[in-house]
Write a protein that binds this ligand. Structure first.
Ligand SMILES: Cc1cc2nc3c(=O)[nH]c(=O)nc-3n(C[C@H](O)[C@H](O)[C@H](O)COP(=O)(O)O)c2cc1C
Length: 194
């Protein structure tokens, strides 16, 4: 029987292989969410953690994606590693990581990025770019000699997969597709036509 742990190990092996093949930013993925009326949205994110439970990305709960996930907690990730001709798709329900996990990851970030997380109301309109730069300066001054705490709206989402696909590019569009779906608690493997 296939276990999620094995699919995630396979993902990690493929990402290593892609990195060795020269893939630029192999942790970058397109992440789609669904908004009002079933309208999809997609943007790039960086994968920060994989463990036996799923795939974690960090963002702002008040961003467009954060708001969409609060209403409809389903997401899809798509990785493309050109030099390895490999695509990986991950779909599933999303959960917010624990405060302790988010705190630990936030604390590991460079200070300038921590300040950026406070300064930016992600996805909200900005009158000018200068407004953002002024906010950065103000937050920097506020925390001059102090540890920058994690903003309450900044956290991680874990995509807990119930579907994954590994796609390997071949000549003459005879690509290989390995599709895995969780059906009544059992992972089912199928080879799909390219
Ligand atoms: C390569 C790349 C990686 C990115 N990584 C993240 C990320 O990990 N988290 C994040 O919130 N935004 C990330 N962004 C910015 C998002 O693409 C997006 O602009 C932002 O999250 C706002 O999206 P939203 O308005 O749909 O919520 C990244 C952008 C690029 C190009």
């Amino acid at each position: 029987m296939i276990e999620l742990r094995q699919l995630i190990e396979r993902f990690n092996r493929e990402m290593d292989r892609a990195e060795k093949a020269g893939a630029y930013e192999p942790t970058a993925a397109a992440m789609s969410t669904v908004g009002p009326g079933g309208r999809p949205g997609v943007r790039m994110v960086l994968l920060k953690e994989t463990d036996e439970r799923g795939f974690v990305v960090y963002t702002n709960l008040e961003s467009r994606k954060g708001r969409e996930l609060a209403v409809n907690p389903w997401a899809a990730l798509c990785f493309w590693w050109g030099p390895a001709a490999t695509q990986v798709r991950v779909e599933g329900k999303v959960e917010v990581v624990t405060a302790a996990e988010a705190d630990a990851y936030f604390a590991s970030r460079p200070r300038a990025k921590q300040i950026g997380a406070w300064a930016s109301n992600q996805s909200e309109p900005l009158a000018t770019r200068q407004v953002l730069l002024d906010r950065v300066a103000a937050v920097d001054a506020e925390y001059r000699d102090r540890t920058v705490p994690r903003p309450p709206y900044w956290t991680g989402f874990r995509v807990v997969p119930d579907r994954m696909e590994f796609w390997y590019g071949h000549e003459d569009r005879l690509h290989e597709r390995l599709d895995y779906r969780l059906e009544r608690g059992i992972w089912v493997e199928k080879i799909l036509s390219p």
